[in-house]
Design a protein around this ligand. Structure first.
Ligand SMILES: [Zn+2]
Length: 237
């Protein structure tokens, strides 16, 4: 069984180079016995980097989710099942996505606290993040108010903690957010990863996070536009 080591690495910055074995090779993809790579998901882009074997290096393109994590490579023909390989994750790329993803927790939590807004979608891109929010009353949204609130949390800092909790603990916790998607996780998965930003947010999440939100620089809202009834798409950098 493949070890998904990104779930064990916290804070999720500076992922290590790691050696492992190729467990299978497909057309343009390889599977690894263990991996620290973050696979695209929850609006956070997957890792990229290189995989090498005895001096032969292949570019690793955005890592994708699957029952076993998919590592797309430019040259799958240089790899055979059982090969010992070294994987190097692009740390700058990962660190930036980790910062942006943790920022999104705070933004979504504060939008929920201030306006009762639900985050119904989000996507981290090269230079910005967009969040789709559904509001009970979107007219009360004020981009300056939320921006000040979010940036003051980044300035003051709050620790980010990772917990492993059972479904029951998660569903019965009064401050838990985003529990709707738990239905999509197979019942055989009994223990789930919960991310707590102390005093700010508590929700199940498999993404990568900084250790304290003071590591996040202040954000700027670039754009707010309507996405239909009750919904706004907010883009910040
Ligand atoms: Zn997260």
């Amino acid at each position: 069984m493949q070890e998904k080591l990104h779930l064990k690495q916290h804070p999720g910055i500076d992922p290590p180079n790691f050696s492992t074995k190729i467990s299978d090779v497909g057309d343009g993809i390889v599977y690894l016995e263990d991996t620290y790579c973050y696979p695209r998901g929850g609006g956070q882009p997957g890792d990229r980097g290189t995989i090498s074997k005895n001096g032969n290096i292949s570019k690793m393109n955005e890592v994708l989710p699957g029952e076993k994590i998919i590592h797309p490579v430019d040259q799958s023909d240089i790899f055979r099942k059982g090969d010992l390989v070294t994987c190097e994750i692009d740390r700058l790329w990962r660190n930036k996505n980790t910062v942006m993803h943790t920022a999104q927790h705070v933004f979504s939590a504060i939008a929920n606290d201030m306006y009762g807004a639900e985050t119904v979608g989000n996507q981290i891109s090269e230079n910005n993040t967009r969040i789709d929010l559904w509001f009970p009353d979107r007219d009360i949204f004020d981009s300056t108010d939320i921006l000040n609130q979010v940036n003051s949390i980044f300035k003051n800092g709050a620790d980010v903690l990772i917990h492993e909790w059972s479904r029951e603990e998660i569903l019965s916790h009064e401050n838990m957010r985003h529990t709707k998607f738990l239905d999509r996780i197979p019942a055989t998965v009994e223990v789930l990863r919960v991310v707590e930003i102390e005093g700010i947010d508590l929700c199940p999440c498999g993404g990568t996070h900084v250790s304290n939100v003071s590591e996040i620089p202040s954000i700027d809202i670039e754009n707010v536009r309507s996405k239909g009834s009750g919904k706004l798409r907010i883009t910040y950098s």
